[in-house]
Design a protein around this ligand. Structure first.
Ligand SMILES: [Zn+2]
Length: 146
Protein backbone atom coordinates (compact mmCIF):
# COMPACT_ATOMS: atom_id res chain seq x y z
CA UNK A 1 0.00 0.00 0.00
CA UNK A 2 1.10 3.57 -0.64
CA UNK A 3 2.57 5.74 2.10
CA UNK A 4 -0.30 8.20 1.79
CA UNK A 5 -2.86 5.42 2.23
CA UNK A 6 -1.19 4.34 5.47
CA UNK A 7 -0.92 7.97 6.51
CA UNK A 8 -4.60 8.81 6.02
CA UNK A 9 -5.73 5.51 7.59
CA UNK A 10 -3.56 6.11 10.66
CA UNK A 11 -4.75 9.72 10.91
CA UNK A 12 -8.39 8.63 10.66
CA UNK A 13 -7.94 6.00 13.37
CA UNK A 14 -6.28 8.64 15.54
CA UNK A 15 -9.20 11.00 15.02
CA UNK A 16 -11.72 8.32 15.90
CA UNK A 17 -9.94 7.07 19.05
CA UNK A 18 -8.03 9.96 20.68
CA UNK A 19 -10.89 10.77 23.04
CA UNK A 20 -10.47 7.41 24.79
CA UNK A 21 -6.81 7.95 25.70
CA UNK A 22 -5.50 10.39 28.27
CA UNK A 23 -2.87 11.90 26.00
CA UNK A 24 -2.70 15.22 24.21
CA UNK A 25 -4.60 14.53 20.93
CA UNK A 26 -1.87 15.94 18.67
CA UNK A 27 0.79 13.82 20.35
CA UNK A 28 -1.46 10.75 20.31
CA UNK A 29 -2.14 11.10 16.58
CA UNK A 30 1.50 11.90 15.80
CA UNK A 31 2.63 8.69 17.52
CA UNK A 32 0.01 6.66 15.62
CA UNK A 33 1.15 8.11 12.29
CA UNK A 34 4.83 7.56 13.07
CA UNK A 35 4.19 3.98 14.18
CA UNK A 36 2.20 3.35 11.00
CA UNK A 37 5.31 4.23 8.98
CA UNK A 38 7.61 1.80 10.80
CA UNK A 39 6.78 -1.56 9.15
CA UNK A 40 7.88 -0.31 5.71
CA UNK A 41 11.32 0.43 7.16
CA UNK A 42 12.16 -2.89 5.46
CA UNK A 43 12.06 -1.09 2.08
CA UNK A 44 15.20 0.93 1.30
CA UNK A 45 13.14 3.54 -0.58
CA UNK A 46 10.40 4.09 2.05
CA UNK A 47 10.10 7.27 4.11
CA UNK A 48 11.94 5.71 7.06
CA UNK A 49 13.81 2.96 5.22
CA UNK A 50 15.82 5.37 3.08
CA UNK A 51 17.42 6.71 6.27
CA UNK A 52 18.36 3.25 7.57
CA UNK A 53 18.91 1.27 4.40
CA UNK A 54 20.71 -1.47 6.29
CA UNK A 55 17.32 -2.64 7.60
CA UNK A 56 16.05 -3.07 4.06
CA UNK A 57 19.15 -5.07 3.14
CA UNK A 58 18.89 -7.32 6.19
CA UNK A 59 15.14 -7.96 6.26
CA UNK A 60 12.73 -9.17 3.62
CA UNK A 61 9.92 -6.76 2.76
CA UNK A 62 6.67 -7.90 4.37
CA UNK A 63 8.58 -10.30 6.58
CA UNK A 64 9.48 -9.73 10.23
CA UNK A 65 8.57 -6.02 10.33
CA UNK A 66 5.09 -6.85 9.02
CA UNK A 67 4.29 -9.36 11.76
CA UNK A 68 2.59 -9.54 15.14
CA UNK A 69 5.93 -10.73 16.50
CA UNK A 70 7.53 -7.39 15.61
CA UNK A 71 4.51 -5.45 16.88
CA UNK A 72 4.57 -7.13 20.29
CA UNK A 73 8.37 -7.17 20.54
CA UNK A 74 8.73 -3.45 19.76
CA UNK A 75 5.81 -2.57 22.03
CA UNK A 76 7.39 -4.54 24.86
CA UNK A 77 10.84 -3.01 24.32
CA UNK A 78 9.36 0.49 24.25
CA UNK A 79 7.44 -0.21 27.46
CA UNK A 80 10.80 -0.74 29.16
CA UNK A 81 11.89 2.83 28.44
CA UNK A 82 8.74 4.95 28.11
CA UNK A 83 5.43 5.07 30.01
CA UNK A 84 2.88 2.50 28.85
CA UNK A 85 0.35 5.20 27.93
CA UNK A 86 2.55 6.04 24.93
CA UNK A 87 2.61 2.41 23.83
CA UNK A 88 -1.12 2.46 23.11
CA UNK A 89 -0.90 4.80 20.08
CA UNK A 90 2.28 3.05 18.97
CA UNK A 91 0.49 -0.30 19.03
CA UNK A 92 -2.56 1.07 17.23
CA UNK A 93 -0.52 2.80 14.53
CA UNK A 94 1.72 -0.18 13.88
CA UNK A 95 -1.26 -2.53 13.79
CA UNK A 96 -3.09 -0.19 11.38
CA UNK A 97 -0.25 -0.67 8.90
CA UNK A 98 -0.44 -4.45 9.17
CA UNK A 99 -4.21 -4.52 8.78
CA UNK A 100 -4.12 -2.27 5.73
CA UNK A 101 -1.38 -4.34 4.09
CA UNK A 102 -3.57 -7.44 4.32
CA UNK A 103 -5.76 -5.83 1.64
CA UNK A 104 -2.80 -5.91 -0.73
CA UNK A 105 -2.48 -8.80 -3.16
CA UNK A 106 1.00 -9.54 -1.78
CA UNK A 107 -0.36 -9.70 1.75
CA UNK A 108 1.62 -10.16 4.93
CA UNK A 109 2.57 -12.99 7.25
CA UNK A 110 0.95 -11.93 10.54
CA UNK A 111 2.40 -14.96 12.27
CA UNK A 112 5.92 -14.67 10.83
CA UNK A 113 8.06 -16.78 10.81
CA UNK A 114 5.14 -19.13 10.20
CA UNK A 115 4.71 -18.75 6.42
CA UNK A 116 0.95 -18.23 6.31
CA UNK A 117 0.20 -15.21 4.18
CA UNK A 118 -3.02 -13.22 4.52
CA UNK A 119 -3.73 -11.22 1.41
CA UNK A 120 -6.37 -9.24 -0.38
CA UNK A 121 -6.90 -8.12 -3.95
CA UNK A 122 -5.50 -4.57 -4.10
CA UNK A 123 -2.38 -3.67 -6.03
CA UNK A 124 -0.15 -0.98 -4.59
CA UNK A 125 -1.24 2.27 -6.19
CA UNK A 126 -3.92 0.47 -8.19
CA UNK A 127 -7.45 1.69 -8.82
CA UNK A 128 -8.91 -0.10 -5.78
CA UNK A 129 -6.34 1.50 -3.49
CA UNK A 130 -6.94 4.94 -4.99
CA UNK A 131 -10.71 4.53 -4.44
CA UNK A 132 -10.04 3.42 -0.84
CA UNK A 133 -7.75 6.41 -0.34
CA UNK A 134 -10.39 8.83 -1.66
CA UNK A 135 -13.09 7.28 0.56
CA UNK A 136 -10.88 7.44 3.64
CA UNK A 137 -9.98 11.06 2.83
CA UNK A 138 -13.67 11.99 2.59
CA UNK A 139 -14.44 10.21 5.88
CA UNK A 140 -11.46 11.94 7.50
CA UNK A 141 -12.67 15.34 6.33
CA UNK A 142 -16.10 14.62 7.85
CA UNK A 143 -14.43 13.44 11.08
CA UNK A 144 -12.42 16.68 11.25
CA UNK A 145 -15.50 18.84 10.61
CA UNK A 146 -17.75 17.09 13.15
ZN1 LIG B 1 3.86 -2.34 4.56
Amino acid sequence: MLFKTHLIFAFLIGLLTFQYIQLQPQLYIAIIIFAAMIPDIDITTSKLGKHVKIVGYLFTHRGFFHSLLALFLFSYLLSLVIPVIYIVPFFIGYLSHLVLDTLNHQGIMFLYPIPVRIKGFMKTGGLAEIILLILMTIITLFAVII
